[in-house]
Design a protein around this ligand. Structure first.
Ligand code: PHE
Length: 344
């Protein structure tokens, strides 16, 4: 009886109803099993196993029927909603639809690989910082004129007490020097690429939001020659040719001595343009030997250890490498610009 009835059903709920009509708590088979209590032992022997067999058969039939219905539903869905996977055929390398990496990502990955191969770690840090990590631990106390060198975006809370911790958008990746030192023991070396923020007027070589790549190496007997070696290596690897550089004294409270490494402008070959402000040289790599006060703030024994640090201007490096004549192109989001670089 069950087999006959279930054959005509196509809907899950109807099948489950039929199932309980037969083997549910008040179903036909259950009634039979219940009635066994009044039966003779012979009757029980004859009817009991049979009723159980029927119950099992019905359970199996229901399961098979439900599986078949589910499969049919899936097949119907697949047939009615086909996905046209041929669309990707049109997306050719370099087309405006094709994915690709931003030129800064390309250069950053290249630099990370070079430093990783030389045993450096790669660190990250927060964009929102406090005064301690951005200034104080870097030997720039609150009354230091060097604070004015870095036009800072402060988070201003008009109700704040004067002695409350003040927050800002980090003006340089040197904040990660502080975090790096405080979380490891010398000797160590790491780089830290990241976005930084300055409240500045923008022009062909300045942006309010730009990117640096910080580097730091601390150990015993580290010297300026180590610093120069690493700087030269990185520039050679990136440009794949000798580029003209010059080293001049530079002032940063967190290094002593401090240097500015400039690169001969590759946009105008040193003849003068808006990127190098007609000087022919571009400031690319401020660097120096870590000031003992900075080591101390980082929890490092400045009698025993010393080190170097640098703050590579990542966006400027990208400009020099690809001959980009305005830094503002880099975050314009203009596809005509972005798709000129190597894609997947
Ligand atoms: N943090 C400095 C800046 O952004 C650059 C720098 C880093 C200089 C490390 C020296 C050493 O101006």
């Amino acid at each position: 009886q069950f087999e006959q009835k279930v054959g005509g059903l196509t809907n899950q709920a109807d099948i489950l109803n039929l199932k309980s009509e037969f083997i549910g708590k008040k179903g036909l088979i259950s009634e039979v099993l219940k009635s066994l209590k009044d039966a003779t032992p012979e009757q029980r022997k004859a009817i009991g196993p049979k009723a159980n067999d029927i119950k099992n058969n019905i359970t199996d039939m229901v399961a098979a029927k439900l599986t078949a219905i589910e499969a049919q539903e899936i097949n119907e869905k697949l047939a009615s909603s086909r996905i046209d996977i041929s669309l990707t055929d049109d997306v050719k390398e370099g087309s405006s639809l094709g994915g690709g990496f931003h030129p800064r990502t390309l250069i950053q990955r290249e630099i990370e690989d070079i430093f990783l191969s030389m045993g450096f770690d790669i660190l990250d840090g927060p964009h929102i910082e406090d005064e301690f990590h951005n200034f104080e631990a870097l030997n720039i106390p609150s009354d230091h004129p060097a604070r004015d060198m870095q036009d800072t975006f402060w988070f201003h809370d008009p109700n704040a007490q004067s002695d409350e911790k003040k927050f800002l958008l980090r003006t340089h990746t040197s904040t990660i020097q502080v975090r790096g030192m405080r979380s490891r023991k010398p000797p160590f070396k790491f780089i830290a690429p990241g976005t930084v923020f300055r409240c500045e007027r923008t022009d062909a070589s300045h942006e309010m939001v730009f990117n640096q790549l910080e580097g730091m190496m601390v150990g015993e007997d580290i010297s300026v020659s180590h610093l120069i070696y690493f700087m030269k290596t990185i520039l050679k690897e990136i440009f794949k040719k000798d580029v003209e550089v010059r080293l001049r004294p530079g002032f940063f409270p967190f290094v002593e001595p401090g240097f500015e490494l400039d690169i001969k402008c590759l946009i105008c070959s040193g003849n003068g343009c808006s990127v190098c402000k007609q000087v022919g040289w571009v400031e690319l790599l401020p660097c120096g030997m870590v000031h003992p006060n900075v080591l101390k703030a980082g929890g490092i024994d400045s009698e025993k250890y010393n080190g170097f640090a640098f703050g590579l201007g990542l966006d400027r490096l990208v400009m020099m490498k690809y001959g980009i004549d305005d830094i503002r192109h880099l975050q314009s989001g203009d596809l005509r610009f972005n798709t000129q670089f190597k894609t997947f």
